[in-house]
Design a protein around this ligand. Sequence first.
Ligand code: NCD
Length: 360
Amino acid sequence: MDKYAEQTQQEFEGWEDFFHKPVDEKVKYFKRDGRIFDVIYAQQFDRPFLDHLCNLAEMIRHLARTKVGQSKLRHLLPHKRAMLYFVQPSTRTFLSFQNACHILGLTVSEIRGTSTSSEVKGESPEDTIRTFASYVNLIISRHPEAGFAEKTAWVLNQTERPVPVLNGGSGPDQHPTQALLDIYTLEREFRTIGGLDGKKIAMVGDLKRGRTVRSLSYLMKNYKNVELVYVAPQVFKMKDDIKEFLNKHNIPFKETEDFESIMPEVDAIYMTRIQNEYAADPTSEAETFPGFHLKTKHMSMIQTHCAILHPLPRRYEIDVRIDKDPRAAYWRQERCGMWIRAALIAYIFRVDGGITEEFN
Ligand code: NCD
């Protein structure tokens, strides 16, 4: 049996009003004392914050190379507990958050499916999240519904025990911590050629339902002279809300279905898979769109410094033979996720000063 009762629908006074406000107005609600408290949307991050987190991630990575350094890191947050509420499939985001917690000494609990929680008894997701807040100091969630993390953070912030909520992916909408690790990876891959400023980045694949490319696009406003190229089949074109955002912030972008034609001009290629879990019948989408795959023959067409990224998991978008090419950054990117998530958690609990101090 899957569940005994349908989920209880609860009305929260003021939620509809809040939900329909522009994000620019909402971000202050997720801050405390001038610092980010809940991580819900990529639009919350500005350049000083991004630079700070990338530096912090480098320092954590450096400390973690030795036993002494690892022990220092583990002693930063042994008095804190985190809850991983992941009710949508996840390998990387779950494991990287879990290991980021371990690096800093946090204790972690987890729920990985609604079938093992009281949601089968008809409990509302809001009550379920409030329950976590009774036991832990941090909630990290992944949910199939757009806006889920936003609503739970909003509800919790009105209770007597608000704990920070980190959005580990909310449906086809946003994946802000993936965007953080993507930025960190790009900055690292370009460290000898001036970082991300001034670079041209192609995003390829299902741009319509891929939340990673949406969140990453928002972050481009923090970098100087960046250009974007959206490469997608007609059915999976980037949605208008993101294009309007880019226009508003004067970020040049173009759209094409001809992947090969733009290969020689870009500094990075961000590949994505077709997100058919969001289709009414996922099995009806068998098409793999080979024109949007990166093949070995393309490696001589791209620049010698071109970084190839992919949030993973991959299907057929990148030929495995490309993994051996030094420009293939996706496995390094995966590891970057653990370090930057550790940096984010250190920032949230305000122990980032304890890390930077080690390097003064
Ligand atoms: C991505 C996601 O879940 O949105 N994966 C991830 O978090 N690394 C991308 C994907 O599933 O295609």
